[in-house]
Unconditional design. Structure first.
Length: 203
């Protein structure tokens, strides 16, 4: 009988399926793989809603707790995706956070993007919040992402950003940057590991 984990049994092109099956089965390796792959993206979504670094990490932690509790409720629909479901979960928790902090007994204001998000949440898509910068802010300049970025050369950072955030295949990124796919994956892994050291342990 095979002793491979759920994540190891996933076929090429079914990464999310393997991760989902593994999380449902309480497979620690699948969970760690999920955290490594998606924590940078969730953090970007939060920061691009003008959350401060500490608040972004708090919301991200809640996202991972929600995924752990609710993964069994996710079912892939035609045209849907796990990443889309994860974005919906993240946006809802960001809205909950903003409602608590901006509409409480002592409102603390909020940026224009936060106010618009509260008033018209459906206008904010996964694509718009996955961008490096939103039109109304430059919050990532002082974020953990920038601290980590300063530790790597530009091409290494591009490998990470294009694969982890823009979700482009490593083969395509390798062709774009004149590298081997294995080198692209290794560069993405190095940046992700550095990010993980700067983010809270969500597991």
């Amino acid at each position: 009988m095979s002793t491979k984990s759920h994540s190891e049994r996933a076929e090429v092109g079914s990464t999310d399926d393997g991760i989902i099956d593994g999380i449902c089965a309480r497979d620690d390796e699948a969970w760690n793989r999920f955290v490594e792959q998606y924590s940078p993206l969730i953090y970007v979504w939060c920061r691009n809603c003008d959350l401060q670094s500490a608040d972004a990490m708090d919301v991200a932690q809640m996202v991972f707790q929600t995924v752990s509790r609710s993964i069994s409720t996710f079912s892939k629909q035609p045209g849907g995706s796990f990443r889309g479901w994860l974005f919906t979960v993240t946006k809802r928790l960001i809205l909950n956070y903003l409602n608590r902090t901006l509409r409480g007994p002592k409102p603390r204001g909020g940026s224009s993007i936060q106010i618009r998000l509260m008033e018209e949440p459906d206008r904010f898509s996964e694509e718009s919040l996955s961008a490096t910068h939103c039109a109304d802010q430059d919050s990532l300049m002082n974020s953990i992402l920038d601290k980590v970025r300063s530790k790597f050369d530009e091409r290494t950072w591009q490998c990470f950003w294009l694969v982890a955030i823009e979700e482009k295949p490593a083969v395509d990124v390798a062709r774009q940057l004149g590298m081997k796919p294995a080198a692209v994956r290794q560069a993405k892994y190095r940046v992700t590991q550095s990010l993980r050291k700067n983010l809270e342990d969500f597991s």
